[in-house]
Design a protein around this ligand. Structure first.
Ligand code: AMP
Length: 209
């Protein structure tokens, strides 16, 4: 099954994708995570995108599309995948349609108030990318990942100014994808406001699992 996870920043796409990986046994492809590891590694891609990402803006379509096209050419995704954070613009969605036929697009719906609460407390493991939350899901030991022992930190783009920018960008450039995929009959809506376990249950029900 080829799935796209759509939704505003902070809807919980990354956390839900990690759970969906266990349920469906499909690889999780997060363009944001790929960019963050490129930044950690200080690779040419990382150096190119760091300032853009820290400011809460979008990386250009050509760079992002190329990255996903290469990733989706690998063997491990031929049975399916969960694409998290891509596409984020109509041109990205049009490009994707040319190299991969998506089965369903899951739209995780949450109002801005929920986004601010979630992103404000979010922490991420620098090593394995696991998401924590300082109120809802704290690591057992401060700043240490429960899963791999890596350093748990606040993403630069989770600062308040960057969060506002990311919401603006979402509304202007990504939200139009909801109508785009609805028109194609691919969209499934899932309420992302409840706690993770409940959202996972709704997700399974919506997909008929
Ligand atoms: P995420 O982890 O999905 O919130 O992504 C973090 C950041 O990476 C975004 O705010 C963008 O700057 C960049 N990014 C991730 N995916 C894309 C995409 N599909 N197109 C453009 N920029 C992206």
């Amino acid at each position: 099954m080829k799935l796209i996870f759509l939704g505003p920043p902070g809807a919980g796409k990354g956390t839900l994708a990690a759970r969906a990986v266990d349920i469906l046994g499909l690889p999780h492809i997060s363009t944001g995570a790929i960019f963050r590891s490129a930044i950690e590694a200080q690779s040419p891609l990382g150096l190119k995108v760091k300032a853009i990402i820290d400011a809460g803006k979008l990386v250009d379509d050509d760079t992002t599309i190329e990255l996903v096209k290469e990733r989706l050419a690998r063997d491990d995704v031929q049975k399916g995948y969960i694409l998290d954070g891509f596409p984020r613009t109509i041109p990205q969605a049009e490009a994707l349609a040319k190299f991969s036929a998506v089965d369903k697009v899951v739209n995780f719906d949450i109002p801005d108030s929920g986004v601010l609460e979630r992103l404000g407390g979010r922490r991420v493991c620098r090593k394995c990318g696991h998401n924590f939350h300082m109120v809802f899901d704290k690591p057992a030991k401060d700043e240490v990942c429960d899963h791999c022992g890596g350093e748990v930190y606040t993403r630069d783009d989770d600062r308040p100014e960057a969060i506002q920018k990311r919401l603006e960008v979402y509304r202007a450039q990504t939200a139009p994808l909801i109508a785009f995929y609805r028109q194609q009959g691919l969209l499934l809506d899932v309420d992302a406001r409840p706690k993770v376990d409940e959202v996972v249950t709704n997700f399974k029900k919506t997909l008929g699992l």
